[in-house]
Design a protein around this ligand. Sequence first.
Ligand SMILES: *Cc1c(COP(=O)(O)O)cnc(C)c1O
Length: 392
Amino acid sequence: MSRFIPLSIPNFEGNERKYVDDAIDQGWVSTGGAYITKLEEKLAGFLHTDNVAACQSGTAALHLSMVEAGVRPGDVVLVPPLTFIAAVNPVKYQFATPVFIDCDDSFCMSPVKLQAFCENECSFDGNQLRYNNQPVKAVVVVHIFGNMADMVAIMDIAQKYNLKVVEDATEALGSKFTAGPLAGQYAGTIGDFGCYSFNGNKIITTGGGGAVTANNTKVVDHLRYLSTQAKNDVHYYIHNEVGYNYRMTNLQAALGVAQMEELPEFIRRKQANFQLYCELFDSFEFGKMVGFRDDIDSNMWFYSLEINRDKVKNSMRDIITALEKCGIQTRAIWGLINEQIPYKNEVTYELEKAPYYAKRILNLPSSTQITKAEIEYVVEQVKKVLGDFAHG
Ligand SMILES: *Cc1c(COP(=O)(O)O)cnc(C)c1O
């Protein structure tokens, strides 16, 4: 079988080459240049926020947020167990302690369990929440696969307990609430900090790259300052803080500006393809498509099929390998972060949904270039593989 349908690949149908050539022709390839500012302005306009700092990666955006939130050695940060590990590693970069809070059926952090943890496991003196006498400083909320966490409830809890909210919107560029008190607000613009990623598998890409925003324009300026080695004076090399080399390059930004022009079309295709998958898997006995919240307009970045474990007992590895043989690239949702070696001794709080979904979710091809015929083929093969396994 020569056919190969990849999981999620970049799409360069627009002005990418033109802008990258232009950046090279002008000689601006590093951390200075007009495309960086242009990308920041485009992102701010798209997100209806007034200031965005472009940086080297989503991970850098998350780390800068941790630093700016004042997370220090010995502090506690509340984090999700079922996501990409880059959402949690910055807690360790700051020598702080993660505590894992379960997700709900959206795969995002459960506000019910977050509240219960703060209320039942911590002490609160009206100003500082403490767990085991360690200050609880922040919560990292990931908007998984373009879905959104219950931000109304989470912001409420964060306000009550004085927690900084870091939104990991690396997978949710373009997702926004359409109803309720946050109607019109985009993922990443609700908490204290919002982080985006332009890695190769995300909805837009700059090769590698990211961006960070905050609910205060001066804070974003400070994040940008930290990302450029905290340089106070460009001529005399004065540095008043410890900075980072986290600034995006002009080459990356040139790609990013072209990708931003295409983002609405990418979202439209992701949404149409998701609908097609849903129709084709409708009333399938051995698996069902997992939807997105009703009160959002989601970018529908990544697609999840929940496998019926009463019928299909085979491991994810078996399923993925069988599909690979048909030329279809799929993957399992992540291994739980709290089970990874660097995190296996950390505290977890009532994990129940996260391990449940870790065993059940298969991610399906979701590139913006995928054709209708390819989706039909994927669904046909998935049905065949799961059907064969179910019937032993
Ligand atoms: C991709 C991703 C990141 C990291 O982004 P990079 O740009 O690869 O550093 C962080 N968190 C989540 C949930 C992601 O999916």
